[in-house]
Design a protein around this ligand. Sequence first.
Ligand code: 5AD
Ligand code: SF4
Ligand code: FES
Length: 327
Amino acid sequence: MNKERIVEQFRSVETSDLFARADQVRKQYCGEAVHLRGIIEFSNYCGQNCLYCGLRQGNEKVARYRMTFDEIVLNARRAVELGIPTIVLQSGEDLFYHVDDFCRMIHEIKKFNIAITLSIGERPKEDYRKLKEAGADRYLLRFETSDEKLYARLRPGHLFSERLQCLHWLKELGYQVGSGIMVGLPGQTPESIADDILLFRSLELDMIGIGPFLPHPNTPLAGDKDVKIETVLKVIALTRIITCDAHIPATTAVGTLDAQGRQKALACGANIIMPNITPMQYRKFYEIYPDKICLSEDASTCRKCVEKMILAAGRKIGIGFGHTLKK
Ligand code: 5AD
Ligand code: SF4
Ligand code: FES
C-alpha cells in the first residue's frame, strides 16, 4: 500500500472490510495466541515536559513515587507466579536510578527466567549497551509522531531525529525494538499518520504500540477532544496489514477510551495484552492520561480479567516468551 492508498483507507467511514482483512493477516502471521506482558510502572518521576503527558515535570499536582529495586524484583517474581512470562519495566525519564544499579536489578530478575522489556526513555548509547549486556531483551520507545514539526512542538527541547537515532542504536545493539504513536494529537493529519505507518514498516519494528491521545487536565493540551475509537482501530488495522508480523498490543489507552476497546483491537489486528501489575498503592499516581482503567484492581485481578477477555474473543493465551515473530 502506498501513502495515498493508506490515507484513502484511513479517511473511509467503511471499516468492516479493512478490519476483516487485518484480522485475516493477524491470523496468518501471528496465529490465535495473545501474548501477555505484565507492566510495572516503577517510577512516575520525569524530567521531560511533553505537552501531552500527565507525568510531565511541569505538572506539580502529581504525587511522585519511586519503587526500590528490591520492590521491583519482588513484583517481577509475582509476575512469574501469575504466569506472565514477560515484564515491561516502565517509568518517566527518571535519572535518579544509576544505569549500573539497573543492570544489577536486571541480572536478578533474569534469574526468574522471564523476558524483560525496558521502557525508560532516551538514554546514551552506552547505557543501552550496558542494559542489553545485563540481560534486557526488548526496549519500547514510541516515536509518537513522525511529523517533525509537530514532534518538536509536543516535546520541547527534543528532535525527532534524536528519537530515531535511539531506535537505530537499540536495533544495532540487538534489542527487540518496539515503537509507536498516539492517534488524535492536535495538528496530526491523515498524511502524517500514513507516514507513521510507513515508518513502522521501514524500521522493521518487532512491536508497535498504538493508542489514542487522551487529553490530561493538568497539561497544556487540556480540553482537547477525544479521538473516536474507530479512528484508532483503523490505524491498528492498517498497521497490521502493512507490517504483517509485528506484535501489536491492544493498549490500555484503547481500553480507557472505550470499555470494549481492547476487545475491538484484538479483532482488527492486535495480538498482545499488557495487564497492569504495578503494586496497588502506586497505580493512581501513574496518570499519563486521565481515567486510566484498572486503578483499583490488583495484578492477579488484571491477569484473570485479560485471560477471560482473550478466551471470550476465541483466542488463546500465548505460551512462552512471545519473542519477536521476525526472522
Ligand atoms: N494520552 C495517551 N497516551 C499518552 N502517552 C503520554 N501521554 C499520553 C496521553 N495524554 C503515551 C506516549 C508515551 C507512552 C508511555 O504514553 O505515547 O510514549
Ligand atoms: Fe515523561 Fe514520557 Fe510523559 Fe514525556 S511521555 S513527560 S518523557 S513520562
Ligand atoms: Fe485490569 Fe481488566 S485488565 S481489571
